[in-house]
Each structure stands twice: as structure tokens, then as C-alpha cells.
Design a protein around this ligand. Structure first.
Ligand SMILES: Cc1cc2nc3c(=O)[nH]c(=O)nc-3n(C[C@H](O)[C@H](O)[C@H](O)COP(=O)(O)O)c2cc1C
Length: 340
């Protein structure tokens, strides 16, 4: 089955290409009676928008969200919620030069191999712009989760080798100067996003294949440019003794046996450097001949700051779906739900 949807009971399907008419999401399984407005979604989208810091892509779009269905008089109907953002500031001419060239590090070659056809304008569906639909879904999931006492927070904890403090948009001046230098050189850098989820009761996660950490990993690895995820102690667990590891519950990151243990869930994701760089590099054309390439258009020097809200959104979608699934995993809960 084609892979544009995520989730079982709470399911988000994203649609749209970077330079098509619009990008957005269809959300199926949102409970009826939730207070929901375009402003609720807009607050999340504004955190994803480009052109907010010196280091961000200079593509300027208002990214105004429109809800098309599933909400009436400010409340959800229990029917599919469709919402979209029109693509207004997409300059396809920027990409004319890439018609016959595969960008190193981007999905141009692999998309063409898979589909035999490729929307080369901004990477089409492999563009970071696809994440608009994820953030729409995440904003709705976050609203439901907040009514259940769950809060999800993701922040940039590292840019290149520079550690960053917790907080939204909390990039230090030193880092801004470093990124400015990279922009001058036409280069890019990677980063780390940390995520903490509080208020999750013990018991969430569906062993054995849909474990909480397995589902969160799939959600995170499905975000473009994410290359790794680690829960709690992560890779450093490999160097520990059992006596050391067991001493601190935080080493597990809030999940044991694929099920939440009732403490905060903590994980980190590694984001690679932005593949599209202005600096001259070697590439291959469609005949696989080597060519020199300097990419124009507007690209972020570092993706992580804009991807933090995407991580948060995918975490919200995953958590809500698994919490809903947990509601039918025991006889007592099932009886409670069916006998109304
Ligand atoms: C929020 C966000 C913004 C992104 N912005 C850009 C960008 O401006 N330029 C670029 O080349 N890649 C950008 N990317 C990364 C590409 O989408 C990604 O590297 C590409 O699809 C290849 O997939 P992979 O890196 O997961 O293998 C962005 C990704 C995200 C999540």
C-alpha cells in the first residue's frame, strides 16, 4: 500500500507537492466534540514556517491554514478533518537547472528510480514542505492530548557541535554567527532535536510489533533528513554495566518492553545537514555523467530548528493513536467503553 498515511485509530494522511496547488492533511478518527479552530493549527504551522531566523530558508509564505471539513461551529464532528495550506511563494524557475541533475543527498535519483517520473520543482513530495500536513495532524492530536493531560515538547538541543538550551527559537548569538558564516560559504550543517513527553500513564504501547518506542521510531524516521533516534541512554547504553543502567530509570527513556512506564518519555533525533547547498559540488546528471553543481533557490542552512515542531507533531500523532488503541486492550476498559 502507498505510504502517505500514519496511524491506526487516529490516522493522518498527508498530500501535496512542494510546488503544486497546496499541501495538507486528512485526519480520520479525531473524536467528535473537540473544540478546534484554524488558529489552533496556525500556531503550530507558524513554528514551521521558513524565513524566521537568519539561518532559515528565505522562502516567505504566510502558510495560512484552511479547514475544509470535519469542524462545525468550532467543534469537531467526528468525520474526516481536511485542512490545507496553499503554496503561494513557490518559484519553480529556481529549479529549472535541476531538471536534468540529481542533487547529492536529496531524493531526486531515488524518486525517479521508483516512480519513473519526478516533480523536480523543489523536490515535489520529498520536500520539507510535505511536513505541513504532519504539523496540521500534530496540532489536532496535541489538542486532544492536552485534554488528556499529556504535553509534548521538542526543541533543538544541538546545532553542528554546538549545544543549545531548551526553549523555542532559543538559538544563541554564537550559533547565529556560526550559521551566518556557513550561509556565506554556501554550506549547511546538521543538528539534534530532543523531545520530552509528560503525563503519559503507564501501559501505552502495543507489543510486539507496535511497541511505543518502535512506533515513535517509525514516526521520526519518516521525517525527511532524520537519520537516527535514541531513547534515554541511547547508544551510550552499549557501554554500561547492568548495575549502572538499572540504577537510573531515565536510562530507559520512559519505555520498557515497548510500553510506557509512567515516567516522562525522552528521546533525541539526529537531523542531517540540508542537502541543497549553494557551494559547488560534484553531482550526476540523468545520464549519470559527472557535473559541477551549485544549487540556487532558498534553503535552510540548518533544518533542525524548523523540524522541531514536526518531531513534536509526529510524537503527538503517535501517542494519541496508541493511547486510543490502549483503550480496547483490557476487558474492564472495553466494558466501560461499550456500556454507555
Ligand atoms: C522541515 C524540513 C525542511 C527541509 N528543508 C529542506 C531544504 O530547504 N532544502 C533541502 O535540500 N532539504 C530540506 N529538507 C530535507 C529533505 O526533505 C530531505 O533531506 C530529502 O527528502 C531526502 O530525504 P532523507 O534526507 O530523509 O534521506 C527539509 C526537511 C524538513 C523536515
Amino acid at each position: 500500500m502507498a505510504g502517505s498515511g500514519f496511524g491506526t485509530l487516529f490516522r493522518v494522511t498527508t498530500f501535496g507537492e512542494s510546488h503544486g496547488a497546496a499541501v495538507g492533511a486528512v485526519i480520520d478518527g479525531c473524536p467528535a466534540g473537540l473544540t478546534l479552530s484554524e488558529a489552533d493549527i496556525q500556531r503550530y504551522l507558524d513554528r514551521r514556517r521558513p524565513g524566521q531566523t537568519a539561518s532559515a530558508s528565505q522562502r516567505r509564505e504566510a502558510d495560512q491554514c484552511r479547514i475544509l471539513s470535519g469542524v462545525w461551529e468550532g467543534r469537531t464532528l467526528g468525520t474526516p478533518i481536511a485542512a490545507l495550506v496553499e503554496n503561494r511563494d513557490a518559484n519553480a524557475a529556481d529549479y529549472e537547472a535541476l531538471k536534468h541533475v540529481y542533487r547529492p543527498g536529496h531524493a531526486d535519483y531515488t524518486y525517479e528510480q521508483k516512480y519513473g517520473i519526478r516533480d523536480y520543482r523543489g523536490g515535489g513530495r520529498s520536500s520539507g514542505r510535505e511536513t505541513v500536513g504532519r504539523v496540521i495532524g500534530g496540532a489536532v492530536a496535541a489538542k486532544v492530548l492536552s485534554a488528556l493531560g499529556v504535553t509534548v515538547h521538542a526543541w533543538v538541543s544541538q546545532i553542528g557541535a554546538l549545544p543549545q538550551g531548551e526553549g523555542d527559537g532559543g538559538i544563541s548569538w554564537e550559533t547565529e554567527a556560526y550559521l551566518h558564516g556557513l550561509r556565506q560559504e554556501g554550506d549547511s550543517v546538521g543538528g539534534v532535536i530532543s523531545c520530552r513527553i509528560s503525563g503519559v500513564p503507564a501501559g501505552i504501547g502495543e507489543p510486539v510489533f507496535d511497541k511505543l518506542d518502535a512506533e515513535l521510531s517509525k514516526a521520526m524516521m519518516s521525517i525527511g533528513a532524520v537519520k537516527a533516534i535514541a531513547f534515554g541512554a541511547g547508544f551510550s547504553a552499549a557501554e554500561m554495566r547492568g548495575s549502572e543502567y538499572n540504577k537510573n530509570a531515565a536510562h530507559a527513556g520512559g519505555v520498557v518492553g515497548g510500553i510506557s512506564d509512567g515516567t516522562a518519555l525522552c528521546f533525541q533525533v539526529a537531523v542531517k545537514p540540508t542537502p541543497s547547498i549553494r557551494r559547488r559540488q560534484q553531482a550526476l546528471d540523468r545520464e549519470l555523467r559527472p557535473v559541477e553543481l551549485a544549487i540556487g533557490g532558498r534553503h535552510d542552512v540548518v533544518i533542525a530548528p524548523r523540524a522541531a515542531v514536526v518531531v513534536e507533531s509526529m510524537a503527538c500523532i503517535t501517542l494519541l493513536d496508541l493511547m486510543m488503541r490502549h483503550g480496547v486492550s483490557r476487558m474492564d476498559q472495553l466494558k466501560q467503553q461499550i456500556r454507555y
